[in-house]
Design a protein. Structure first.
Length: 132
């Protein structure tokens, strides 16, 4: 469901690897969420969501450092989009995921859809400008 497709590749190796890892984390989280046979998956889901959020921030810092290194002319606008996305991520109450399972499922599914949608749009419309 969450995978790095050929048209998401920028041709910039480290960026593509980091994007791939973000999709992998999203898929791992989704798979665990859908696993009805896991006894106590709450702590694992919380860990994966936290890792997904943290890795997104790390990726953004790497991407922005690369943009500086090539004197990318739209770095300010690009970084602003990253900050807006980080602000959205900071609204997620990780601790709340440990409460009600129905709420947990809905929250995590919404997060994954938001993350994947944003990431795909950002890669195809903004990150691809890096290679032009």
């Amino acid at each position: 469901m969450y995978e790095m497709k050929p048209d998401y590749y920028t041709g910039i190796d480290f960026i593509d690897k980091e994007h791939t890892r973000l999709f992998e984390l999203a898929q791992e989280t989704y798979d665990l969420l859908q696993d009805d046979f896991s006894q106590d998956k709450t702590s694992a889901i919380v860990q994966l969501v936290s890792e997904l959020i943290d890795y997104t921030r790390v990726h953004f810092s790497h991407e922005e450092a690369y943009q500086k290194s090539i004197d990318y002319p739209y770095i300010t606008e690009h970084a602003a989009q990253h900050r807006q996305f980080e602000d959205s991520l900071s609204q997620i109450d990780i601790d709340a995921l440990e409460n009600d399972l129905d709420e947990q499922n809905e929250t995590v599914e919404n997060l994954l859809e938001f993350l994947a949608g944003w990431l795909i749009n950002h890669i195809k419309k903004v990150d691809m400008l890096l290679v032009k």
